[in-house]
Design a protein around this ligand. Structure first.
Ligand code: ATP
Length: 471
C-alpha cells in the first residue's frame, strides 16, 4: 500500500518493524517514545518554513521518501531517472536523495570509471551556492594550515541541462554515505557513541572555522547538512555488484489524484533513494569523517547583508527574531553551531521542536538559558502567558532547566543504552563551551577559532579527531 508519510518517516517504519520482532514490551515503549520524539526533532530540523518552495497544491499521490511531485513543473525539478546518460559522461545508476531544490543521483563517471554524486538542481535554485562552494574548496587562502578545508566537498564538475522545466544547474561531488540526521533517524536510540560524537563535533567546529576564515557565514547549520564520508571504496564495485550489495533501484508509479495522464515534463515513475548508511549508535570512530554541505544560505557579510534566517527554528539564532534590522553575522552561525553540537552529543535537540512556533522556541530558550536581554524581553509579547515579569516560568509543568535537559537528553539515554555517562569534568567543559556559544547577544559569543581553543575541544574533541587522522 502506498504511504502518505513524508521522507524522514521511512526509516522509522522500517525500524518499528524490526523493533516489534526483537524487543520486550517495556523496551518497545521506551523506543517508541524516543522515536516519536525523534520524528518531531527531524521534522523540526527539516522544516524550512520561510524557504517555501511556493508549490502548496496536491496534484499527485505523495510517495514516501520521494521529492514533492508537484515540483515537476516549469521552474522545478527536471525529469531524471535510472539509466539516463547525463552530459555525455555520467550514467545514472541510483538515487541518493532529494531536497527542496534538487534531486541527487549516484552516477558512474564513464570518463574515469568512478562513482560520483550529481546534484541536479531545480531551474529556480540559487546558483550562488556553488560559486561559494567552489571558492571554499579551491581557496588557497590559509589553506596549507586548514584542516577544515578537507570537510568542504570539492566540485568535480559543473554543467547545465536543458529541459521543458527550464535550465538546471548540475554539480558533481563525491558520493557520501548519509547525513548525521539520517544516521540518527536510522537508530533506535538516536545517539552517537561518545568517541564518535567528540570527533564529529571537533570536525564541525574546524569546518565552520574554515568557512568563517574565508569570509563566509554558512547560514544553515544543522545535522541534516552534515554528511558522513563513505568508509569504503565504492569504486571497487561494478554497477551489478553495487545492486547486489545495496539493492536494485526501486520505482513507484506516479499517479494523479484526478486520474488524468501525467504531463510530459515529469518521469512516469518515482525512484526511491538507496540506503548506504548505518544507524548512528553503530558508527565506529574511523567512520566518523564529515563533509559540511548546503551553502544555499551562505553569504559574505562584507558583500551582502542578510537579515532573515532560514535555519530550522530549533537552531535559529534568536537575534533573527529580536533584532530583525541588524544583519546576521558569523556569530549567528555560532548559535546554530552550539545547537548542532548538543544534537550530536545528545539524543534530541536542545530546544524542543515538537509543534515548534517562534514563541514556543523562545520559551524553551528562556527555560534553558535564563531571561532574555531586557530590550528583547519587554518586546516579547508571548512572555506574559509563560513567565512572570522577572522570568520565572508560570502555568507550565514540567519546566526543563539546562541541567535537566542534559540529564534527560544526554546522560539518561546513554546510560539506558549501556553507553558510559559523561564524566563530571567533561560535562563541565561541555557546559562551559555550549553556554558561551548560546549567549543571547551575538556579540557575547566566541568565534569559531576561540571555540577550537576551549577546554572541551582541546582535551576531548580534537584528540578524538586526531585518532581518525592517524588511521
Ligand atoms: N554527495 C552526496 N552523497 C550522498 N547523498 C547526498 C549527497 N548530497 C546530498 N545527498 C542526499 O540528498 C539529500 C538532499 O541533499 P541537499 O540537502 O544537498 O539538497 P537541497 O536541494 O540543497 O536541499 P534543501 O535546500 O531542501 O536543504 C541529503 O539529505 C542526502 O540524503
Amino acid at each position: 500500500m502506498r504511504s502518505l508519510i513524508s521522507p524522514p518517516f521511512r526509516p522509522f517504519q522500517t525500524r518499528l518493524l524490526h523493533l516489534r520482532s526483537t524487543s520486550s514490551k517495556s523496551q518497545q515503549t521506551q523506543h517508541y517514545q524516543n522515536q516519536i520524539r525523534g520524528l518531531f526533532c527531524t521534522a523540526a530540523l527539516t522544516s524550512h518554513s520561510p524557504k517555501d518552495d511556493g508549490y502548496s497544491g496536491h496534484l499527485y499521490e505523495p510517495i514516501e521518501g520521494v521529492e514533492k511531485l508537484e515540483r515537476y513543473r516549469v521552474g522545478g525539478y527536471p525529469s531524471v531517472t535510472i539509466g539516463d546518460h547525463i552530459h555525455n559522461r555520467y550514467q545514472v545508476v541510483q538515487k541518493l536523495g532529494h531536497g527542496a531544490y534538487s534531486t541527487i543521483w549516484l552516477a558512474r563517471d564513464q570518463q574515469y570509471g568512478k562513482y560520483v554524486a550529481i546534484k541536479v538542481c531545480t531551474a529556480d535554485s540559487n546558483p550562488l551556492e556553488f560559486n561559494i562552494l567552489s571558492e571554499l574548496s579551491n581557496s588557497q587562502k590559509n589553506s596549507s594550515i586548514s584542516l577544515g578545508k578537507t570537510m568542504i566537498p570539492s566540485i568535480l564538475d559543473r554543467f547545465e541541462i536543458q529541459g521543458p522545466n527550464g535550465t538546471h544547474p548540475c554539480y558533481v561531488t563525491i558520493p557520501a554515505r548519509m547525513s548525521l540526521s539520517e544516521a540518527k533517524d536510522a537508530s533506535y536510540n538516536r545517539l552517537f557513541p561518545l568517541d564518535v560524537a567528540r570527533a564529529l563535533a571537533a570536525q564541525l567546529v574546524l569546518a565552520v572555522e574554515y568557512v568563517h576564515s574565508q569570509g563566509f557565514v554558512h547560514g544553515d547549520l544543522h545535522d541534516g547538512n552534515i554528511l558522513l564520508w563513505l568508509p569504503f571504496d565504492l569504486n571497487q564495485l561494478s554497477v551489478e555488484e553495487l545492486y547486489k550489495n545495496y539493492g536494485e533501484p526501486e520505482f513507484e508509479a506516479i499517479r494523479r489524484f484526478d486520474g488524468q495522464p501525467l504531463p510530459p515534463n515529469m518521469p512516469s515513475q518515482a525512484v526511491l533513494p538507496i540506503w548506504l548508511g548505518e544507524p548512528s549508535d553503530k558508527l565506529k570512530l574511523p567512520e566518523a569523517k564529515i563533509l559540511l554541505k548546503d551553502f544555499g544560505e551562505a553569504f559574505s557579510p562584507t558583500k551582502q547583508q542578510k537579515f532573515e534566517s532560514h535555519t530550522p527554528l530549533v537552531g535559529r539564532p534568536p537575534e533573527a527574531r529580536f533584532e530583525p534590522h541588524k544583519p546576521l553575522s558569523f556569530l549567528s552561525d555560532i548559535w546554530s553551531l552550539g545547537c548542532t553540537l548538543w544534537n550530536i552529543i545528545g539524543q534530541s535537540s536542545l530546544f524542543d521542536g515538537m509543534f515548534a512556533t517562534e514563541d514556543s522556541i523562545t520559551c524553551e530558550q528562556v527555560d534553558a538559558l535564563g531571561i532574555l536581554p531586557p530590550e528583547w524581553w519587554y518586546k516579547w509579547e508571548g512572555r506574559h502567558s509563560r513567565f512572570t515579569e522577572d522570568g520565572k516560568p508560570i502555568n507550565r509543568a514540567p519546566y526543563r532547566s539546562w541541567e535537566f535537559r542534559f540529564e534527560q537528553d544526554i546522560q539518561e539515554p546513554r546510560q539506558r543504552e549501556g553507553m558510559p555517562r559523561i564524566e563530571p569534568a567533561e560535562r563541565d567543559a561541555i557546559f562551559k563551551m555550549l553556554k558561551s556559544m548560546l549567549k543571547f547577544r551575538p556579540e557575547d559569543r566566541p568565534s569559531a577559532k576561540q571555540i577550537l581553543e576551549c577546554e572541551w575541544m582541546v582535551n576531548w574533541a580534537l584528540p578524538e579527531y586526531e585518532k581518525i587522522r592517524r588511521i
